[in-house]
Structure formats: C-alpha cells, structure tokens
Design a protein around this ligand. Structure first.
Ligand code: AGP
Length: 609
C-alpha cells in the first residue's frame, strides 16, 4: 500500500524522487520521505508526516547535490503516521537507509532478537526492523547483507537500500508486492509502480519474487537468492501515466474491484496464528470481553451494510445479540448502553462525521468503542478505545468496493476473535471457517474472470429507470449494497427489500419496465421462498435477473437473465454475491458514460453532517 521510488544516474536525484513520489499520490499516503547520498558520500534523510509538500519545500531550500536516492510515500499499516514512523528508516549509525512496501508478519520476533544485539529500534513500524537486520549482517557488501536477511523475512516486501559506504549502487529486492525497474541512458529508476518511471523511460523490467537487484548508473544486475545472475526481459510499456495509475484499468473503481482477491489475502495475512485471531490494537482485555452481553455496530452507507452482514455472522455462529444502527440516527437518540455493550463503529475513511458523532455518544455511555477503519491515524482510530484496521489500502473510487469486502472479511475474523475469547465457538468449526476464508480470493478471481457476462447484462439494463433488489437473510444486506452501488454510480433509482416484504407493498411497483434483481442461491435455506418471490414478479410481467449458484439447473428457465457464482456455504456467500453486483453497477455507469470514480453530489468521505 506504500509507494517506493529510487534513482541513480547523472541528474539531480532529489527532484526526480520528489516528482516520482507525486506520481504515487493516487496510492494515498500519510507521510513521505527521501534518502540521498551527497557528493561527500554523506547519507541525508528528509522525512515528514503529512503531505508531500513538506518534502518539496526541503528540496527547494536545500543545495544538496546528489545523483542517487530512494523515496517513499507511506500508507500506514503498522504504527501511526508520524515522522518517526515514516520512511526511509536507517540503521543505528545512520549509514544505511531503507524504504519498504509490504507487511513483515514476524517483525516482533525479529525486533526482540535485534534489541538483544543492542540495536536501537526507534519506530513502531515493521519496516525499520529490516534495515537493522541488514546492518547486523553488513560486512562491507550491501548486496550480500540483503541476500542474507531475506531468508528471515516472513510476509511481503519490496525494499530499496542505500549505504554511504557504497554510494554507486542501490540494492532492491521483492516478494509479494511489486517492484519495477526503468532502464535509461546512464541512469536507472525503479518504483513500486509504473507511473514514476514512465516519464523517464518506457523500458521496464518487472522483478519477480525472491529476486535481488543491483541498480548502478550504467548497469542493472538481477540475481536469484543464490546469487545467480538472471537474464530478465526488458519490456516496452506503452501506457500513459494516467492509465498506469489505474494499472491499465479504465477507472479506479474497476481497478479496486479487481484488487479484491489480494485485499482478502491482506486482511487475513498475519491475523491468524496457530488458529488464534490476533488484533494488534484491540485494547480490550479478555476479562472486559467476558462482560459483554451485546454487540452494537454503528456506521453509514456501505459500512452500515457490512455491519448488517456482521450481525448475521455473529448471531448465527456465536448466538450473541447484535444491534446494527445508522450512525446519523444513533447519535441523536438516547443510547441504552453500558459496559455490557461492545460498540464497533465501522468506517473506511475514519472521518465520517456522523460515525464520529456516534462514537462520541457511545463512549459517554460507558461502553467500550472499537473503530473498524481502513485509515490508520484517522480521527475515529484516534478517538476509539481500540482499533481493527481493515488493510484494504487506499480506496480512490468514491463508490466503496474493496473496502467493503475488507470490512466483510474482517467481520468473520472479529466473530472468530469474540468466539475464541468468549468460548462460544469450537475449534473444529473455527478451522472450517478459516479454511473457507482462505479459499475466497480464488473464488472472487473466478467471478472477475466472467465480467464479460455481466457487461452483457449491464448493456440491457443501462436505460432502465428503476431496479428493485431482493434477497433474504444474510444476503439482504448484499442486496442493499448492490442497490446502493447502482444508485451512486449510475443514478438509476433502486430500492432493496427483504424478499418476504414484497407482498407488504413493494410488489405494487413491479411492472414490465421495473426489473428486479434477486439473490437466490440453491443451497440457501430460503431458496424455495425466493423462487416463490421470483414467480410473483414474473406473474406481474416483471423482468427478473437472478444471482444464482452455478449448479442451479432450473434458474435459467425462470430468470430473464442470470449471474452465477460457484456454490458456497451460505454463511460465506456475501463475500461472493457482492462481486457481480459491484461489477454490474460499474458497467452500467460506464455504459452510460458517467464519471464512475467521482459520481455527482458525492464525496469519498462525508466529513460534514
Ligand atoms: C459507499 O459506496 C459510499 N461512498 C458511502 O456510503 C460510504 O460507505 C459512507 O459514506 C461511509 O463512509 P466511511 O466508511 O468512510 O465511514
């Protein structure tokens, strides 16, 4: 989720690094920094929390001459967005500097080892551990030290390292997150993404996992972990910078929909250890949890829909009562809360005014309030008693997709965490849940690979004026979310109802030009009821689109159009059923030629009431 850039050549490195970092702004950041080696072979570090403009000012004011450097924009995953936690990080003697993108899962045990060897670790980050590890094994060969320490790192990393002692080279390495090298004339530039490279060269080497790069002015050498030199292909990337920021996708929303398999992996990564769920900043003891008799979830919009799914998961599996409320309603009512309530406020941005207001009201009632947020250091994260970070990375599209999926995934982990601490779940079923969660990324990819089928349906629906979404039980919140996605990206009026409510009024809306989209999964305990609702709609000349299971042979004879997902235990189905609805909303909006990433009247975070 962070941005890395590095340069070595004959030009002024500091400006190239700064411009490169500005090309990574779309990845979001809360702090940034650069490391340079000047003409006197001194290592210079400049890093600040907050906007990139702090680095710009430094560069404008300084007269440092340097032709080698590394830069970083941070999207915090471990440790608040402070100056000390920002990158580059250095070893104790400040002779080696490192920038890192990724998550080191075993950083705490490595940290303990390093502290025993008298290393002074000054930040809260996992990244700083790496440069001290390199320093520990540095014997005058920076490449050799990097080669040595990679074996100790668990998790994902793209790193770039420079040393005063070797001012003519930058060492890079990667595993599980991207690193690209741009091959220039008497210069080379690399980054965690294409945009910073493209204005210098279109000749790109894409590094693969467990490769180490030695980047010199006139030479790029890439080896495997054993030191064998690899013959890497130099590709000519014909992309504009704007397209590169979207990784070649037409819009950020589509890019973020397609990031969801990785997002689920990132949410799960490092949270499950020996079958136990680990939340680093939960801050509520087991004894305090033992007093909990009810969970209250409070949020707005898409985050509220994630809470509704969470209600089904927690009540169905733990039999623990859950109340889910809209934040703008909760904050003005008389809260009935005590220390027997655990309040979870869900917010991607961590800045939503109504959710923040609800958090403050809940705190006054004596309940413990946890913030489930995507942005570390956000106001809700700061004011909550504890936090669960959803690690979805920056979400640029106003319509939330990958953040919603990260919230859903986190809801399963939160349920397991409660079940563990309150002895409300047996190990066998816990293992079953974890095993199923680990299969979700691949199942999502399967759906993403069938997007063309969804595009065909979008083309048929794009001129519709009203679409009704219906579902039951755990997929009713998904119907709400699918309807919201459609409304906010294509401006088509849409309502979502529990299908059992149809006869209580909404069925009056059905007519030939008011299609309904029904989520009806064959293995659902409410499948037969859904079929009855579908028949009711058809009997009134309503067009029906059904989101069904692939093994449902009957549905195509009933539905006018169908979206299919592979069969899955219903308790996990929201993680899959929402994907076709996100894609459908996206394609309808794009087919209508609308501004998908920035829909009218909306903002990414509603920070005013
Ligand atoms: C989601 O697509 C919308 N952009 C909106 O409903 C959003 O979920 C809501 O404003 C809550 O935002 P938050 O998660 O940042 O608090």
């Amino acid at each position: 989720m962070c941005g890395i850039v590095g340069y070595i050549g004959e030009k002024d490195a500091k400006n190239i690094l700064y411009n490169g970092l500005t090309k990574l702004e779309y990845k979001g950041y809360d702090s940034s920094g650069i490391a340079l080696i000047d003409d006197n072979k001194n290592l210079i570090i400049k890093k600040e929390s907050g906007k990139l403009t702090q680095i710009k000012k430094y560069i404008e004011d300084t007269n440092i001459i340097s032709n080698i450097g590394i830069g970083h924009t941070r999207w915090a995953t471990h440790g608040k967005p402070t100056q000390i936690n920002s990158h580059p990080h250095t070893n104790c003697r400040k002779t080696i500097a490192l920038v890192h993108n990724g998550i080191i899962e075993n950083y705490l045990e490595l940290k303990e080892e390093l502290i025993k060897k008298d290393h002074k670790i000054i930040s809260e980050t996992d990244s700083e551990i790496i440069v001290h590890l390199i320093s520990e094994y540095y014997t005058g060969n920076l490449y050799g030290a990097v080669q040595k320490i990679i074996q100790y790192l668990k998790g994902t990393f793209a790193i770039a390292v420079i040393s005063e002692s070797e001012p003519d080279k930058i060492i890079i390495a990667k595993k599980g997150t991207s690193m690209l090298i741009g091959i220039g004339e008497n210069e080379n530039i690399f980054g965690s993404d294409i945009p910073p490279i493209l204005e210098h060269t279109k000749n790109i080497i894409v590094m693969d996992d467990y490769e180490i790069g030695v980047i010199e002015k006139n030479k790029v050498t890439i080896t495997d972990l054993e030191g064998n030199i690899l013959n890497k292909v130099v590709e000519n990337i014909d992309l504009t910078i704007e397209m590169a920021e979207k990784s070649g996708f037409k819009h950020f929303m589509l890019k973020e929909i397609h990031e969801q398999p990785r997002v689920v992996e990132d949410v799960l990564r490092g949270k499950i250890e020996n079958g136990k769920i680990k939340f680093d900043n939960f801050n509520i003891t087991k004894e305090e949890l033992r007093k909990i008799e009810q969970i209250n979830i409070i949020a707005c919009g898409t985050s509220y829909h994630a809470g509704l799914v969470g209600k089904f998961i927690i009540e169905e599996i733990l039999k623990l009562p859950v109340i889910v409320e809209i934040a703008s309603e909760f904050r003005y009512k008389t809260p009935i809360l005590s220390e027997k309530n655990l309040v979870i406020v869900i917010s991607q941005s961590g800045e939503t005014s109504d959710t923040l207001g609800a958090l403050r009201v809940a705190k006054q009632s004596g309940a413990k309030v946890i913030g489930m947020v995507n942005v570390i250091g956000s106001t809700i994260a700061k004011e909550a008693y504890g936090t669960i970070y959803t690690n979805a990375g920056p979400e640029i599209g106003v319509a939330s997709t990958k953040a919603f999926l990260s919230q859903l995934t986190m809801m399963y982990l939160f349920m397991l965490y409660l079940g563990d601490n309150l002895n409300l779940i047996d190990n066998k079923y816990k293992e079953y849940i974890i095993k199923n969660l680990e299969k979700i990324p691949e199942k999502i990819s399967t759906i993403l690979n069938k997007s063309d089928e969804i595009l065909n349906i979008a083309k048929q629906l794009k001129n519709t004026k009203n679409i009704m979404y219906i579902a039951r039980h755990i997929n009713y919140p998904v119907a709400l979310e699918g309807s919201l996605k459609l409304k906010e990206t294509s401006y088509i009026h849409s309502e979502a109802y529990p299908a059992g409510e149809l006869r209580h009024g909404p069925v009056a809306l059905i007519e030939e030009n008011v299609p309904a989209l029904a989520i009806a999964l064959k293995n659902s305990k409410t499948y037969d009821k859904m079929l009855s609702n579908i028949q009711e709609i058809k009997a009134r000349d309503g067009k029906i689109i059904v989101l069904a299971s692939e093994d449902d042979e009957n549905i195509d004879s009933i539905a006018n159009m169908s979206l299919k997902i592979e069969p899955i235990d219903e308790i996990f189905s929201p993680l899959l059923t929402v994907i076709p609805l996100q894609i459908l909303a996206y394609y309808i909006s794009d087919e209508k030629g609308l501004d998908v990433d920035n829909p009218r009247n909306l903002s990414k975070s509603v920070t005013v009431e």
